[in-house]
Design a protein around this ligand. Structure first.
Ligand SMILES: Nc1ncnc2c1ncn2[C@@H]1O[C@H](COP(=O)(O)OP(=O)(O)OP(=O)(O)O)[C@@H](O)[C@H]1O
Ligand SMILES: [Mg+2]
Length: 378
């Protein structure tokens, strides 16, 4: 579906999906990136705001601008279930680093690989005795040495090709990962590595710390995404509905139901569009989400309820075990949920398939409305 933002037609013309407003925030992002790209003093960015406010949407919009042939783009995400694991957020980055070396046909010096393998076992291949490097207990000194090796390796790559690192949902980041990102920021000072973090405001104190430290040293700037105003919400809605002019009563109800949060806006507007009911009353947000659930088959309902009980993501085997569905039915239910834009499929580096909610707010709604009824868990 290709919608257009009337007011921003020229800007958005290049996009093949709907993106509304956020001009100022987007320009800030672009300005810092341009400074970085042209070798001027730049600041990395921390995009904060409540769930569903559009942090990921803004980052995705920005990624479209980046010419991936001129820089190395790395992405990693944090998950609630991983908060307690050390260096989890770096796993994916280290895998990407390892792939980069494969790609350029060079090998990482074995001493460095061994050392890094101490914290990231997947980094060392079979030729080494993996158990030798297993995490027995936290050894601060050893960790410190390994951290330096990690930073040096990342720095080395960025000396060859500018690097951009996107880190999503840092409110769930473990402390060690966060400390390592802070060190990278201090060490590189955005000279050859540009970073963009996203995180929910107010849920995690270290976000405040990294923001405060970043602003003190001029290395990190914060962009805070706020809810859309009444006027913006209506402009968003009318553009999304392809120029339909909403009646005053509907306008105020859309705003009342969504509070200017784009996640709710998209949900309610899709509902209005599907039911062609924008002439009448807008339904309550809860009803919109409920009606989405009601359209699902029984198996899909069962699965989505189970997924909502897990923090964020769940494997096929978990689902199979808990739901008791045979593989064929389970696959069908999962496909239905993916097609309905409720679940995403993520393939991890180790080749495992995991599922997670497309949006936290959807998960919260389902989790909250879940009565721990027998049919879900039996
Ligand atoms: N500026 C925008 N224009 C159009 N759609 C938007 C915009 N911002 C957000 N949305 C839509 O709102 C929904 C939620 O946005 P998004 O996933 O970016 O939120 P988030 O802040 O990353 O939330 P979370 O904290 O849960 O990760 C998505 O469907 C997204 O496409
Ligand atoms: Mg997000």
């Amino acid at each position: 579906m290709k919608e257009r933002t009337a007011a921003k037609k020229t800007e958005v013309e290049k996009l093949d999906y709907f993106f509304f407003g956020r001009d100022q925030e987007y320009n800030e992002l672009r300005m810092e990136f341009n400074a970085f790209r042209t070798g001027r003093k730049a600041q990395s960015l921390l995009i904060t705001g409540e769930a569903g406010i559009g942090k990921t949407a803004l980052v995705n919009r920005f990624i479209q601008e980046v010419d991936e042939s001129k820089c190395l783009v790395l992405r990693t995400s944090c998950f609630q279930a991983e908060e307690g694991f050390y260096y989890k957020a770096w796993d994916e980055l280290m895998n990407a680093v390892s792939k980069y070396y494969d790609h350029i046909g060079e090998s990482i010096p074995s001493a460095i690989r061994k050392m890094i393998g101490y914290l990231f076992p997947s980094f060392i291949s079979d030729e080494f005795e993996v158990q030798e490097y297993e995490f027995e207990k936290l050894d601060i000194i050893k960790n410190h040495v390994v951290e330096r090796a990690v930073l040096d390796l990342v720095q080395r790559i960025s000396d060859r090709i500018p690097m951009i690192i996107f880190v999503e949902d840092i409110h769930w980041m473990d402390r060690m990962s966060l400390a390592l990102f802070k060190s990278l920021l201090m060490k590189n000072k955005n000279k050859s590595i540009f970073m963009v973090f996203t995180g929910r405001k107010g849920e995690y104190d270290p976000i405040e710390k990294i923001a405060a430290e970043g602003s003190q040293y001029g290395t990190l700037r914060r962009i805070c995404l706020e809810r859309f105003s009444f006027d913006e919400t209506i402009a968003f809605a009318e553009t999304y509905l392809e120029g339909v002019a909403l009646k005053e009563g509907v306008k105020s109800q859309v705003f009342k139901e969504t509070d200017g949060n784009p996640f709710f806006m998209v949900e309610i507007l899709n509902h209005i569009r599907a039911n062609r009911s924008f002439q009448g009353l807008t339904p309550k947000m809860q009803d919109v989400l409920k009606s989405r659930m009601n359209l699902l088959s029984d198996s899909a309902k069962k699965i989505i309820n189970i997924v909502s009980v897990f923090f964020d993501k769940v494997t096929f085997d978990n689902l199979s075990e808990i739901s008791g569905l045979v593989d064929y039915d389970l696959t069908e239910a999962i496909e239905e949920l993916i097609n309905n834009d409720m679940l995403n499929e993520v393939v991890t580096d180790s080749g495992m398939i995991e599922y997670r909610f497309t949006h936290q707010k959807l998960r919260d709604f389902i989790y909250e409305s879940l009565s721990l009824s027998k049919d879900v868990f039996e």
